[in-house]
Design a protein around this ligand. Structure first.
Ligand code: ATP
Ligand code: MG
Length: 206
């Protein structure tokens, strides 16, 4: 892949962004010699709407605060700026057609691997990107490898295991802790914690 620029894409609701996300980006940069990681907040999936949600603007601001001191991390507004429901496959088509010299590495946690069949046109998406899968929730490498083989059998694609130090952090836990007045210090960057305090995010259920 000489002369090809290598970008990692980390899509998520980032509600809020935390050290698990940032660690995945940093490890992907190093392990796969990527040139840059794009943090791409997505619109809120309807099935998650029962939960406490922060507005797009807040989620976007928190991502920007979290990545601003890392020159290898960038922010992508490509999903949030499109109206209505957006699909990863459409976003990646736009990106690959606009930037034919960039190869995209799509970074996910192992939990997302179990939802690929629910995504729009998984075959098309998987033909455009290399998937990097990070372990999560104590899933063994064996278990993840088996799941990858199953997904590949169904939809094709190229997958690699992304090694990260296990960080048992989720946005759900952070939201629950805030709601219960528990500390979220060291779960996410201080700047993001201060932002959440300033705007009183996640203090009550919608
Ligand atoms: P929520 O609890 O609201 O679902 P989340 O912590 O899972 O939030 P998302 O924005 O849903 O964060 O995640 C974006 C991507 O990052 C997903 O592919 C998810 O699997 C992955 N991810 C998030 N946190 C971790 C973590 N601690 N370890 C590994 N992967 C993670
Ligand atoms: Mg999630």
């Amino acid at each position: 892949m000489k002369n090809v620029t290598r970008y990692g894409i980390l899509g998520g609701t980032f509600n809020p962004i935390h050290f698990g996300h940032l660690m995945m980006g940093e490890c992907a940069l190093e392990q796969f010699q990527l040139d840059k990681i794009l943090f791409m907040p997505t619109h809120f999936p309807p099935h998650k709407s029962h939960n406490i949600i922060a507005e797009d603007e807040h989620r976007k601001n928190m991502v920007q605060l979290a990545i601003e001191d890392n020159p290898d991390f960038s922010f992508s507004n490509i999903e949030l700026e499109r109206e209505g429901k957006t699909y990863t496959v459409d976003t990646m088509r736009i990106l690959t057609e606009t930037n034919p010299n960039i190869h995209y590495f799509f970074i996910i946690g192992a939990d997302s691997l179990y939802h690929i069949s629910e995504w729009k046109n998984p075959e098309d998406l998987l033909s455009m990107v290399t998937m990097l899968v990070a372990s999560r929730n104590g899933k063994s490498i064996d278990e993840i490898t088996k799941k990858i083989e199953q997904v590949q059998k169904q939809f094709g694609g190229h997958f690699e295991l992304l090694k990260i130090p296990a960080l048992d952090i989720s946005s759900t836990e952070i939201r629950n802790r805030v709601k219960n007045n528990s500390s979220v210090r060291y779960y996410l960057p201080e700047k993001v914690r201060n932002y959440m305090n300033e705007f009183k995010l996640y203090r009550e259920t919608c």
